[in-house]
Design a protein around this ligand. Structure first.
Ligand SMILES: CC(C)(COP(=O)(O)OP(=O)(O)OC[C@H]1O[C@@H](n2cnc3c(N)ncnc32)[C@H](O)[C@@H]1OP(=O)(O)O)[C@@H](O)C(=O)NCCC(=O)NCCS
Length: 187
């Protein structure tokens, strides 16, 4: 077991998952507003399974989709972090940055603040040369986070895990290469 990385930002802490995160995570995942751009909300069981999977990945690698808390405030507001997607995507292999916050915590810049810390970790510690993000094409709140992070729109694709005909199947990919790599012409 690798010591799980914790990342602190001005307002937030990205950390390993706790058992006490499960109820608020399940509440988020049952909220149709939070799950609007996913095929369906998650049952308590599916939500718990996802949290435990995310915890296990952090245990194995030291990094992942971290639980996010407000330092000195709400102990759990959602997740932000990095993963290697398990689905076969047209741009695999890749390292993905992703986020999901409870609706009460939207509109404060938390996703962007946490994502910036995760990106620094990816480029400075993991030494990856590129981070991608993707979401359903209609998910403008998430696309705005990608743009705020300096990511560049790359291509549209159908997410293989979303059934054909489902409106959230159409996805858009954004890519981010750090400046120094871009200027050296590495990619
Ligand atoms: C995607 C999601 C995380 C975006 O959350 P968000 O709160 O809009 O994004 P940020 O944390 O970056 O906050 C930025 C917003 O806060 C506002 N804001 C307020 N105070 C701020 C501050 N101190 N710093 C920065 N932004 C601030 C910004 O103006 C911006 O609002 P705008 O987009 O209306 O202009 C959220 O909508 C979500 O969890 N959705 C459901 C799950 C989901 O779809 N995840 C993505 C799947 S790929």
């Amino acid at each position: 077991v690798i010591q799980p990385t914790e990342l602190d930002t001005a307002r937030l802490r990205l950390r390993q998952w706790w058992e006490t995160d499960l109820p608020p995570f399940a509440a988020m995942n049952a909220d149709p507003a939070v799950m609007r751009y996913f095929p369906h909300p998650l049952t308590r069981e599916a939500s718990d399974a996802m949290a435990r999977k995310l915890r296990l990945l952090i245990e194995e690698r030291g990094w992942g989709f971290w639980a996010v808390e407000i330092r000195g405030g709400d102990p759990f507001i959602g997740f932000v972090g990095l993963r290697v997607p398990s689905s076969a995507l047209p741009f695999s292999p890749c390292v993905e940055i992703g986020w999901r916050l409870g609706a009460a915590h939207w509109g404060h810049g938390y996703a962007t603040e946490a994502a910036l810390a995760a990106l620094s970790f990816a480029f400075d510690q993991l030494l990856v040369t590129e981070v991608v993000a993707f979401t359903a094409i209609e998910n403008w709140p998430s696309r705005r986070v990608m743009v705020r992070l300096g990511m560049k729109e790359s291509m549209e694709f159908d997410h293989p895990d979303v059934p054909t005909g489902n409106p959230v199947r159409k996805h858009v990919l954004y890519r981010l290469v750090p400046d120094r790599l871009a200027s050296e012409g590495v990619r």
